[in-house]
Write a protein that binds this ligand. Structure first.
Ligand SMILES: Cc1cc2nc3c(=O)[nH]c(=O)nc-3n(C[C@H](O)[C@H](O)[C@H](O)COP(=O)(O)OP(=O)(O)OC[C@H]3O[C@@H](n4cnc5c(N)ncnc54)[C@H](O)[C@@H]3O)c2cc1C
Length: 404
C-alpha cells in the first residue's frame, strides 16, 4: 500500500488562511511540518471577512474559533435588499441550528486567522514557520519526496519534503512550476472594496451586518466587521486603475450609496481582478493544491476562503488516515482531488457566477421577481432552511464527502 509519508516533513507553501490552518492541523496531529511564507511579516489585507457555519465548526476542532469570535462580529441574520424600493429579505441562520454548532456567519478579517494559526504553531516543536521563504519552483519529485527551490534573503535554498501542499494563493508557484493548468476566465471589470467607520446603518433602516444590495445602476455588498463597514462595488471596464482607486472616485461612489454632509473617512481601499478558475487537477504525485492555488471565484457569497479551508481539512484528514495505514495514499489523494475539485467546479463556480448575475440584473421586472423570490424563501422556515443549508456551504461540504 503506497504511503508517501516518509522521514521528511510535510511542506505547506503559503501562510494564508488555508496553508496556516492546514499546517496547524498537521502539527496538532504530530506530523513534522514546515510552513513557508514569502512575506517577512504576515500581510493584513482586506479580503475575506465571512466565515460560514461549517468552517467555524471545523476551525473549532483546532481551538481557533473562539478567538476569532472574540475579534469578530457574530451575524445571525443577513439581507438581500432592493436599493430603489428599500425592500429586503432577511435570512435567519437560526433555521439551521440543528445542523451546525455555529448557526451564524462570523465577520472577521481573514488575516486574523493566519496570525492565530501561526502563533499556535510556535507551541509545536514538530512545526517550523519560515517567514521570508518564497517558493520559486518545484525542482522535482522522486520515490521518497519533493524538492522545492525557495528564495530567502540569503539567496536560494532547496527544501525537501515528503509531500508538498501548495497553498500560496492564485499565483501559486507550486502549481505553475508543476505544469498544472488553471482554466477559466477573468471578468473584464474590477471590484473595488473600501472600508469606513461611518455608521452606514444610519442611512439604511434595519440594515443587517451582511447585505447584498441590488440596483440596476450600482449594486454593492455592505459588510460589517467589528468596528468598520466594508463596501464592495463593481467598476466599469476601461476606467484607469488610478481613477478607480482615487479618493475622489471612492467619495463619489460612497455619496451615491449613502449621501451625507462632509467627506467619508476611508480606511483600506483595494481594487482587484475577479476570476473564475479551477486547476485541472489538485494532485501531481506528492504535490497537492488547496485554496486559491486550486480554485478562485468572485467573492459574492463568501465561498473562496471557506471552500479553501474545506480543502485543507479534507486533505489533512486523508493524510492522517494514510499515516495510520487505513488507506492507500494514491486512492486517498486522488479522492481528495475529485472531492474538492468537483465541488469547486459544480457548486462554487456555478453558484458564485449566478450570484454575480443576480446582483447585476438590470431588467426591473427580473429584479422585482428576484427580490420577491428572496422574500418568499426567507419568510418560509422550510424554504429558508433549504436556502441556508446551500448558501452556508453545509450541503456542498456534505456532498463532497460522498464523491468516491
Ligand atoms: C475583496 C475580497 C473579499 C473576499 N471575501 C471573501 C469572503 O468573505 N469569504 C470567503 O470565503 N472568501 C472571500 N474572498 C476570497 C479569499 O480572500 C481567498 O479565497 C483566500 O484568501 C484564499 O486563501 P489562501 O490561503 O488559499 O490564499 P491567500 O490568502 O492568497 O494566501 C496565500 C499566502 O501565500 C503567500 N505566498 C504567495 N506566494 C508565495 C510563494 N511563492 N511562496 C510562499 N508563500 C507565498 C502569500 O503571501 C499569502 O500569505 C475574498 C476575496 C477578495 C479579494
Amino acid at each position: 500500500m503506497a504511503s508517501y509519508i516518509g522521514k521528511d516533513p510535510i511542506i505547506v507553501a503559503g501562510a494564508g488562511p488555508v496553508g496556516a490552518s492546514a499546517a496547524l492541523y498537521l502539527a496538532r496531529e504530530g506530523f513534522d511540518v514546515v510552513l513557508l511564507e514569502k512575506e517577512k511579516v504576515l500581510p493584513e489585507d482586506l479580503r475575506a471577512s465571512t466565515f460560514h457555519p461549517p468552517t467555524l465548526d471545523m476551525l473549532s476542532s483546532l481551538g481557533v474559533t473562539d478567538r476569532l469570535i472574540q475579534q469578530g462580529l457574530i451575524v445571525p441574520k443577513y439581507q438581500y435588499r432592493d436599493r430603489r424600493t428599500g425592500e429586503y429579505a432577511e435570512f435567519d441562520l437560526g433555521h439551521i441550528k440543528s445542523e451546525t454548532k455555529h448557526p451564524y456567519r462570523l465577520q472577521v478579517e481573514q488575516w486574523r486567522l493566519n496570525k492565530i494559526a501561526c502563533e499556535d504553531l510556535k507551541n509545536y516543536p514538530n512545526a517550523k514557520v519560515l517567514m521570508g521563504h518564497g517558493v520559486i519552483r518545484v525542482q522535482g519529485q522522486d520515490d521518497t519526496g519533493v524538492e522545492l527551490v525557495v528564495g530567502t534573503e540569503d539567496g536560494e535554498k532547496v527544501i525537501r519534503g515528503t509531500i508538498v501542499i501548495g497553498a500560496e494563493g492564485a499565483n501559486s508557484m507550486v502549481r505553475q512550476t508543476s505544469g498544472l493548468t488553471y482554466g477559466g476566465f477573468t471578468y473584464p471589470e474590477k471590484f473595488l472594496v473600501a472600508s469606513t467607520t461611518y455608521p452606514l446603518d444610519r442611512f439604511f433602516p434595519g440594515l443587517a451586518a451582511v447585505n447584498y444590495i441590488s440596483d440596476p445602476d450600482e449594486w454593492c455588498v455592505l459588510l460589517r466587521c467589528a468596528n468598520l463597514w466594508r463596501v464592495l462595488f463593481p467598476t466599469t471596464p476601461g476606467i484607469p486603475n488610478e481613477t478607480l482607486i482615487s479618493d475622489d472616485f471612492i467619495e463619489d461612489r460612497m455619496q451615491h450609496l449613502a449621501p451625507k454632509t462632509g467627506r467619508y473617512q476611508i480606511g483600506h481601499k483595494t481594487l482587484y481582478n475577479v476570476h473564475q478558475r479551477v486547476a485541472d487537477t489538485y494532485r501531481k504525485g506528492r504535490i497537492l493544491l488547496a485554496g486559491d492555488s486550486a480554485h478562485i471565484n468572485n467573492p459574492l457569497g463568501g465561498m473562496g476562503m471557506n471552500g479553501g479551508l474545506h480543502d485543507g481539512f479534507n486533505l489533512c484528514e486523508k493524510l492522517v488516515s494514510i499515516r495510520k495505514g487505513e488507506t492507500d495514499a494514491d486512492v486517498a489523494l486522488d479522492r481528495y482531488d475529485r472531492q474538492r475539485r468537483l465541488t469547486a467546479t459544480k457548486f462554487v463556480q456555478d453558484q458564485s457566477i449566478a450570484n454575480k448575475k443576480l446582483m447585476e440584473e438590470k431588467d426591473p421586472d427580473a429584479q422585482k421577481k428576484r427580490q420577491a423570490d428572496f422574500v418568499r424563501q426567507a419568510s418560509d422556515p422550510e424554504l429558508a432552511k433549504k436556502f441556508l443549508l446551500k448558501t452556508s456551504m453545509i450541503l456542498t461540504l456534505r456532498e463532497s464527502y460522498t464523491i468516491q
